[in-house]
Design a binder for this molecule. Structure first.
Ligand code: NDP
Length: 298
């Protein structure tokens, strides 16, 4: 079999950043500096990496990025108070609470404290509800990024059998909502799997498009795939590769094995991750445009 097409998230994210930079220029010319606040309540290395990747991308595009760090030993009220301040600050267009949160802070409670008009990660129930109701305000960045990646490689979803592994509110379920919805990037016959799914391999083998967002290192291998499938690996799992190596990042798919069957596949890293960041930025530019009334292309 020929080698599969590598779905290069970095390349498509770079292209997206270039387009966003011109929209940001147009806003700045009108006196508006798109601004996003990243609220972080963790001291974990993973959390810090997430924040610095977003900062870097913002600076490439010309978005102002405020990082608000809250001591993870503080009560949830400290986070909620900070979110209230950001909601009230007219200079801030987008607010995103970074994962992970400490155990004593409920993720859903935090999401409800972000004003829906500034909820650029689309975690507030109003924005999830709007997506489901076919009138999205902001589309969750990871599913939006996957849609953009498939579109960039000319992968048509209409009429295809799509399988999504994972049912989280940030990835699995909104992904399934897009794939099963009407129109471009949708119209797929879509199945959602989760930890209670029986005989996962039988379901994944039925997929022509497979999106895996389970957070389980190398859950999916060639045995679970049909020939010619398009594989999108969302997983970011840090596994120990010996103390000296300081750990390594692997996806939810065993890449080497899956590449034997797939027609196209995302690498980890440099697959879905960069697109997630790019779409968070895109939503921020959208938010700045909505708040200011200055129209831009997105
Ligand atoms: P969650 O932990 O919120 O959800 C994981 C989902 O996978 C759950 O629905 C769970 O089922 C299901 N699941 C777990 N184990 C299995 C299994 N063995 N078989 C089938 N289903 C299973 O994770 P997220 O959706 O937030 O993230 C998933 C992964 O994607 C993580 O590795 C995360 O780090 C990564 N991620 C990457 C992003 C990117 O930009 N590339 C962005 C966001 C996340 P159940 O509901 O029954 O528990």
């Amino acid at each position: 079999d020929p080698a599969p097409t590598l779905l290069d998230g970095n390349a498509i994210a770079d292209r997206t950043h270039d387009d966003l930079a011109s929209s940001v220029d147009a806003l700045r010319d009108a006196g508006v500096t798109p601004t996003v606040a990243l609220v972080s309540m963790t001291e974990s290395g993973a959390g810090r990496t997430h924040v610095s990747m977003r900062q870097q991308a913002c600076s490439e595009v010309g978005i102002r990025c405020w990082v608000c760090e809250i001591d993870p030993r503080q009560p949830a009220a400290s986070l909620f108070d900070r979110l209230a301040e950001l909601n009230d600050d007219p200079a801030v267009h987008g607010v995103s609470v970074q994962s992970p949160l400490p155990d004593h802070v409920d993720r859903r409670a935090a999401a409800r404290r972000i004003h829906p008009s500034k909820d650029v990660a689309a975690t507030h129930p109003e924005n999830l509800g709007r997506l489901f109701a076919g009138a999205p305000r902001y589309t969750p960045p990871t599913p939006a990024g996957i849609r953009r990646l498939l579109d960039a490689y000319g992968i048509d979803t209409a009429g295809k059998r799509a399988v999504v592994v994972g049912r989280s509110e940030t990835v699995g379920r909104p992904m399934a909502t897009l794939l099963s919805g009407r129109g471009p990037g949708g119209d797929a016959t879509t199945t959602v799997c989760h930890s209670r799914t029986e005989n996962l391999a039988r379901v994944t083998r039925s997929a022509e498009i497979l999106v895996v967002a389970a957070g389980r290192p190398e859950l999916v291998d060639a045995e679970m795939l049909s020939e010619g499938v398009v594989v999108v690996d969302v997983g970011i799992n840090r596994v120990d590769a010996g103390a000296a190596a300081g750990g390594q990042v692997v996806g939810d798919v065993d890449f080497e094995s899956a590449a034997e069957k797939a027609a196209a596949i995302t690498p980890v890293p440099s697959g879905v991750g960069p697109l997630t960041v790019a779409m968070l930025l895109s939503n921020t530019v959208d938010a700045a445009s909505r708040h200011s009334g200055v129209d831009v292309d997105l």
